[in-house]
Design a protein around this ligand. Sequence first.
Ligand code: NZQ
Ligand code: ZN
Length: 388
Amino acid sequence: MLGNFSYSNPTKLYFGDDSLKYLNEELPKYGPVVQLVYGGGSIKRNGIYDSVIEILKENGKTIVEDSGVMPNPTADKLREGAKLARENNVDLIIAVGGGSCCDYAKGVSVSAYCGEDPWEKYYIRFEEPDCKIIPVGCVLTMAGTGSEMNGGSVITNHEQKLKIGHVFGENVMPKFSILNPKFTFSLPKRQMVAGIYDIFNHICEQYFSGDDDNTSDYLAEALMKSVVHSSLIAIEDPENYEARSNIMWTATWALNTLISRGKTTDWMVHMLGQAVGAYTDATHGMTLAAVSIPYYRMIMPYGIKKFARFAKEVWGIDTREMTDEQAADAGLEAMENWMRTLGLTMKIGELGATEEMLDGITSATIILTGGYKVLTKEEVKQVLAESL
Ligand code: NZQ
Ligand code: ZN
């Protein structure tokens, strides 16, 4: 491990099928007004809403409802939520949902008192908050993004055709998150597998970089093996608690900054996926799946040893008789087969992207430099074209 780093994560987690009751331990730490953030209604259908409301009422909270957070939350919604928080003097924001609700809650927490347009300040100019920040807690209902234990907040601006993430610091990360794997049972299969691929890709983004011997890479391999193993159980038996709990826990550790310690990181699949998302509003995990294979085929020659190691360590391929190139190919093929078994969308064309959009998506793709190869704009377009 050759990189220098600091590590700290302030989010307290409560994990397990009885974890919601720990809301009773957290709520007394905050003032009386709670902004309850949720999405399009899944929590009303599966009963989580009623359970949360009951606990909030038992704790004497005044509830400010903030519903209708859409998948891929928008800048317009963020502005509305910030106004709601400010006008009601909210003391705590509780997000009950997936990454969209958690990301949005963090966005609202830094926007209520920022005194200017939050989209411009945080997502265009990438400034840090210099105002009062409202604390956030999460009750997670979908495993994938890791938003429950990180500072990420991804917002979409449809007018500008941009989808941009700001990774805020420790002061914005959730104060606590409640992780009950049973809350994910009601997810439609498509959302479940999109979340599973999101987890896997978060790990890839941090794994495919660097060439030093790094503990972070060994941790990444273990997490990848666990999520692949559990995913194959969960697609056959979605209510398998053991599999769903492992998926939920790997999601958290895949993106709470642990496995990026001492490394540069890639994140180009996410940059491509976010640009596709800005044009299509497609499900996040599916946008990643659709661009991944062409992207990894393109960068593989520049990180061949790591791709060969991926084949052996993650996919259990006997690479002893193979060249690095053969092993790397076999690893990527195993990954693609697994993705097809899950039923992931493998083409951006199936997510609504068209040939006419390619130039726009290309220019909306932010090019990062931490991976094995820095792409040119032409190469970005080539990856997208191969995925059409
Ligand atoms: O809105 P409701 O009705 O709740 O339905 C949601 C939504 O339609 C549904 N859902 C969630 N839990 C459910 C459920 N349906 C039934 N039962 C349940 N238990 O699932 C749909 C998708 O939810 P969403 O929150 O949008 O999914 P996800 O967790 O994948 O979050 C996606 C957002 O997170 C961002 C993405 O870009 C996207 O905007 N990301 C955030 C990251 C971070 N904070 O670090 C990193 C990620 O890479 C990602 O970019
Ligand atoms: Zn992601």
